[in-house]
Design a binder for this molecule. Structure first.
Ligand code: 5GP
Ligand code: MN
Length: 339
């Protein structure tokens, strides 16, 4: 449902070339988080406004080619520098998330800041920390909302090739390369705009998807062997233990998209991947669905998570085998909604 509190147009009165501006994405940033933050930062630069992009933790290898990606600061490796910047900020944009706890360890610090927060986001059930909001849960990606922000607030603005490249990437990754139901004709019109502005669509796809290491494909092979199908509940899940991840030299981002293989099975409406993370002592979980089954609610109810109706995430504090057993038990209570 569209929600546009404290319209973002008022933000203009608080933004000037003297402003100290930070732009934050969520923990484990994906293409939309990086594309939207970098795209916005590059755009503000064209207005003479300097901003600093900060991520809670490092980003995946397959996004390291993005324009200006080297300018990003990561809170987990540069805590003091990031805290100093945030403390001094007049404006903090929070992009592609809607609750401060989505920034992990940074969340508690953010809650103490006396700054103006701006939320540009498309996730369900936003919390109310922001002074300015551009929130629309019907839109496929935050990058589309950043594009909307730019073209509505600065109609004279010209998008550079780098800005267009960043925004294209986030739209591409969050729409599953323009195939999820949230992809609309408007999405394609924005994409057309971005290509006209210089985004090289074919090159962007290649940079993002055709840079696999052999170890990643071998890890995918392992994951597919760990595929379990529960036919009578139209569900399929995959799991990867920490030992398996180690065997294949796992790096952040390597499991991106694996869950979609489970979802691609004929007749499957609900797909899940469980990834053991021994360092954080959690099992990170990704949920995907096709059709009416609401994985945002499922993730919120059972796994301290959230997201969208058809794509959400969460975590379990149990060990891997207990998590899987507990998941199967929980799943049985959803029989009516899954058959
Ligand atoms: P993914 O499964 O690709 O990590 O995430 C799918 C969607 O769910 C994304 O929109 C992501 O931002 C959101 N998401 C992933 N993990 C969590 C989580 O732990 N909590 C919440 N609230 N959302 C999450
Ligand atoms: Mn997103």
């Amino acid at each position: 449902m569209p929600m546009r509190k404290n319209t973002i147009s008022e933000l203009k009165h608080h933004l000037s070339t003297d402003s100290i501006v930070s732009i934050l994405g969520h923990k484990n940033p994906d293409g939309d988080a990086l594309g939207s933050t970098l795209g916005l930062s590059l755009f503000l630069k064209t207005l003479g406004i300097t901003s600093q992009v900060i991520m809670p933790n490092t980003f995946p290898e397959f996004l390291k080619w993005l324009p200006a990606v080297d300018s990003v600061w990561c809170f987990d490796s540069d805590q003091e520098k990031c805290e100093e910047q945030l403390k001094n900020s007049d404006i903090v944009f929070t992009l592609d998330f809607n609750s401060l706890n989505r920034t992990g360890d940074l969340g508690a610090f953010l809650a103490t800041l006396d700054t103006r927060y701006v939320m540009i986001d498309h996730h369900q059930e936003p919390s109310d920390y922001a002074d300015f909001m551009l929130v629309d849960t019907s839109i496929a990606s935050t990058c589309e909302l950043v594009h909307e922000y730019i073209v509505t607030q600065y109609p004279e603005a010209k998008l550079s090739e780098d800005i267009a490249t960043c925004l294209y990437t986030g739209i591409m990754t969050d729409t599953g390369s323009f195939r999820f139901p949230s992809t609309t004709s408007k999405t394609h019109r924005i994409i057309a705009d971005l290509i006209d502005a210089g985004a090289d669509n074919s090159q962007i796809h290649q940079n993002t998807f055709d840079n696999n290491a052999v170890s990643r494909l071998n890890l995918l092979g392992r994951a597919l062997q760990n595929l379990k199908v529960i036919e009578d509940l139209s569900t399929a899940y995959i799991y990867l233990s920490q030992d398996e991840l180690n065997t294949y030299g796992f790096k952040k981002g390597d499991t991106e998209g694996f869950v979609n293989y489970a979802l691609s099975l004929k007749g499957i409406k609900f797909a899940v991947i469980f990834i053991e993370n021994k360092a954080d002592q959690i099992i990170k979980i990704s949920f995907r669905s096709i059709g009416d089954f609401d994985v945002n609610t499922f993730a919120r109810t059972h796994y301290h998570g959230g997201g969208h109706k058809n794509a959400a995430g969460g975590k379990s504090d149990l060990d891997l085998s207990s998590t899987l057993a507990e998941f199967e038990n929980t799943l049985n209570t959803y029989k009516e909604r899954l058959t």
